[in-house]
Write a protein that binds this ligand. Structure first.
Ligand SMILES: Nc1ncnc2c1ncn2[C@@H]1O[C@H](COP(=O)(O)OP(=O)(O)OP(=O)(O)O)[C@@H](O)[C@H]1O
Length: 286
């Protein structure tokens, strides 16, 4: 384990404590060009079956933190271990193949059909590598499209699919290598209300059907979090202000502290509601 290029992907151990999926210790990220400290002193542990919300104001460092978990970048200081492999001691291209990462900056050929886009998740490539996809791989791509409620889109070019459909197709793509960790960077970006609810339903089903899958979702809106969200991490200017079970972290007090302005947090039917004011005292949650 932890030898250069020797990828170790743990199997489910028979233990009461779910296995660690990712562990971050004392992590700092500094941009060499601007010398800006983007992340500072981050400690975080993600276990199998946990569903994390990653929240913080614009520029707080959420995407950067997600990139560390996705083995897309290395920390300047501290250690990042993903699926039992420490960044810096493993071939990150191999490791990335075991992590589902959906981000808005993802490059996707617009003329490729939804089925083809999902297939490319098997090879982790932008363009399809046709010779690598056998019948079983093609069948899996179809099944994942069905699971994400996109079966009828299989032959439709990705570029003409709606924002909500594209989000679900990209999640199906990310699930092709059966990842233990699924990272979602603002998956609800620019979705209308029905599309948002469809995606929330899809994430809820994923959590129910895949009990050992861990997810981390970056969002700006508590209303977008499925009721299966179990944990939350709040970031402010590159530092963690709160981290733990949602019941302890998604409170008006801790959200107010994180965003630096009064925020009310309420909960209805398992989902969250948040409202921000300016200058007023935080009101009691509804
Ligand atoms: N490649 C880069 N070069 C220089 N600075 C960067 C780079 N990437 C990120 N930053 C800076 O790092 C800080 C954190 O950026 P990051 O994208 O992680 O924040 P974020 O919380 O995801 O923001 P948002 O909510 O606006 O997407 C910002 O100040 C940003 O300008």
């Amino acid at each position: 384990m932890n030898q250069p290029s020797a990828l170790h992907v743990p199997t489910q151990a028979a233990s009461r404590v779910p296995p660690q999926v990712a562990s971050i210790e004392g992590v700092g990220v500094r941009r060499t060009t601007s010398d800006q400290l983007i992340l500072d002193g981050i400690d975080w542990l993600v276990r199998a079956g946990e569903h994390w919300a990653l929240l913080g104001a614009n520029g707080a460092g959420k995407t950067t933190l997600l990139k560390l978990l996705g083995a897309v970048m290395h920390p300047t200081t501290g250690s990042v271990e993903v699926l039992g492999n420490r960044l810096g001691r493993v071939d990150v291209r191999e490791l990335r193949a075991h992590i589902g990462h959906v981000s808005t900056s993802q490059r996707v050929p617009r003329d490729a059909t939804a089925h083809t886009v999902v297939l490319t998740g098997a090879t982790g490539t932008v363009q399809p590598l046709w010779r690598k996809y056998d019948d079983e791989t093609r069948r899996l791509a179809s099944e994942l499209l069905s699971e994400l409620d996109c079966k009828e889109l299989a032959d439709r070019p990705f570029g003409v699919c709606s924002g909500g459909q594209r989000a679900r197709i990209l999640i199906a793509r990310a699930l092709m290598p059966a990842p233990s960790l699924l990272l979602l960077d603002e998956p609800f970006n620019a979705l209308d209300l029905p599309s948002r609810e469809d995606l929330i339903d899809a994430l809820r089903r994923l959590a129910a059907d895949r009990p050992s899958l861990a997810t981390v979702t970056v969002t700006h809106h508590l209303e977008e979090l499925p009721d299966t969200t179990s944990h939350a991490l709040l970031l402010r200017e590159g530092r963690v202000t709160a981290c733990g079970p949602v019941s302890e972290v998604l409170t008006g007090e801790l959200m107010t502290q994180c965003f630096g302005r009064p925020i009310d947090v309420g909960r209805q039917d398992g989902r969250w509601l948040a409202r921000s004011g300016r200058g007023a005292e935080p009101r009691r949650p509804v």
